[in-house]
Ligand binder design. Structure first.
Ligand SMILES: C[C@H](O)[C@H](O)[C@H]1CNC2=NC(N)=NC(=O)C2=N1
Length: 118
């Protein structure tokens, strides 16, 4: 069975709580895992988006990104499973945390949602 045909484990309830306990940079919001990473400079936030794009291409799994000055807001879910959180989302979240840390980013997941306010 190819990876795209594989049935993905949907994480909810206790399984989701357990997965998020291993991902301190991330929160669950409306069936997505979400975070925000702040960088010292806006240009570094752009660099992070490049790395996030490369990680997404290699995983064939794509976070929704929003760039606001020095901060990048992210949301990830699995559309093929009815827009639910699966291992694909938590695996990508972990990689994005590593990429952000390598660029000196600070996780501020509680800020997720702020990017939509005018
Ligand atoms: C075939 C391909 O793997 C799918 O269309 C992928 C592409 N990127 C994706 N990205 C995200 N975040 N969720 C998905 O369900 C998804 N599906």
């Amino acid at each position: 069975m190819s990876e795209s045909e594989q049935k993905l484990e949907i994480l909810s309830g206790e399984a989701l709580r357990a997965a998020l306990a291993e991902l301190p940079d991330w929160r669950e919001r409306d069936s997505h895992v979400v975070s925000a990473f702040k960088f010292k400079k806006s240009a570094t936030a752009v660099e992070f988006m490049g790395k996030a794009g490369a990680a997404a291409e290699s995983a064939q799994h794509h976070p929704d990104l929003e760039w606001r000055w020095n901060t990048v807001f992210l949301a990830i879910s699995t559309h093929s499973e009815g827009t639910k959180v699966t291992r694909k989302d938590t695996d990508l979240a972990e990689k994005l945390s590593v990429a952000a840390a390598e660029l000196g980013g600070t996780a501020e997941p509680e800020r997720y949602g702020e990017q939509f306010k005018k």
